[in-house]
Design a protein around this ligand. Structure first.
Ligand code: G1P
Length: 292
């Protein structure tokens, strides 16, 4: 994998979000708020923190709200400016730093995560890039998970997958790795399996929604046949990649919330509320009351 900072990050956002129906009939699941910011904002902030200046959204006809959200809101901004609401103006303008550009590519058919990532090929080309799945929200007080991974990828000249241990009975919800530890946080991946049943899973170390991959993955994806669930799986292409170049499983520093389901979204919201100076105290009180 060629050395260099991570400039491009792909956000596959064409999923249906069926776990949040009926809200997701009209609201993209990436636009669901955790406190006052949509999930996609946390994902974008993490990518920018990792050094990205080109964000590639793999989207579909139902997800225009994501493009609108990152677009300049002239009318709103001028009204806020005229009425001197500078703090609100800064919030609205802060969704995307000036040096960062967004590119939208469409995934015409929902053929799987691997297929979604492949749709970004014309924009990414042949350089290392990140993939962020916005429904895995990862919070860390220091460097974001993707920045940690980008540094490892650059230093070790390897692909890097974010992993964490999950309960055995949940292996069928994740890509699962078999990996040999090489340092405190990193392990060399020997095998990856998409959504294995607990009784055949090689471990309980699951890939969560962050990847740093070389451009080479695209040609492997082009030759990837449908796998688990009849979909073109990114995990299967990574299985081919690791036969020719190193791939590391990386236990990131930070806390992950699976906002692809209701409980995870509630946990993330509580977590952020307890960090918000304006409502932390009341939230803590509320949690104590409810626990009685
Ligand atoms: C996808 C990947 C899977 C990974 C998971 C992380 O699955 O295919 O390997 O473990 O994201 O969230 P999905 O959740 O889209 O079914």
């Amino acid at each position: 994998m060629s050395n260099g900072p991570l400039r491009k990050v792909v956000f596959p956002v064409a999923g249906l979000g069926t776990r949040f129906l009926p809200a997701t009939k009209v609201v993209a699941k990436e636009m669901l708020p955790v406190l006052d910011r949509p999930l996609i904002q946390y994902a974008v902030d993490e990518a920018v923190d990792a050094g990205a200046d080109t964000l590639i959204f793999v989207t579909n006809r139902y997800k225009h709200a994501i493009a609108d959200y990152f677009d300049k809101a002239y009318e709103l901004e001028s009204k806020l400016a005229q009425s001197g609401k500078d703090e609100l103006l800064a919030l609205v303008q802060g969704t995307l730093p000036r040096h960062v550009r967004c590119v939208f590519v469409t995934q015409p058919e929902a053929l799987g995560l691997g297929h979604a990532v492949l749709c970004a090929k014309p924009v990414v080309g042949d350089e290392p890039f990140g993939v962020v799945l916005a429904d895995d929200l990862i919070w860390n007080a220091g460097a974001g998970a993707l920045r940690q991974m980008a540094e490892v990828a650059q230093r070790e000249n390897a692909g890097v997958l974010a992993v964490e241990e999950v309960p055995r009975e949940q292996t069928n919800k994740y890509g699962i790795v078999d990996a040999e530890p090489v340092s405190e946080r990193a392990a060399r991946v020997r095998l990856v399996v998409e959504k294995p049943k607990p009784e055949v899973a090689p471990s309980n170390l699951a890939i969560v929604g962050r990847y740093v991959l070389p451009g080479r993955i695209f040609s492997l994806l082009e030759n990837t046949k449908p796998g688990a669930g009849g979909e073109i799986q990114l995990t299967d292409a990574i299985g081919e990649l690791l036969k020719e170049s190193p791939v590391l499983a990386y236990r990131f520093e930070g806390e992950r919330f699976d906002c692809g389901n209701k409980l995870g979204l509630v946990q993330a919201t509580l977590h952020m509320a307890l960090k918000d100076p304006q409502i932390a105290g009341h939230t803590a009180e509320l949690v104590r009351k409810l626990a009685k």
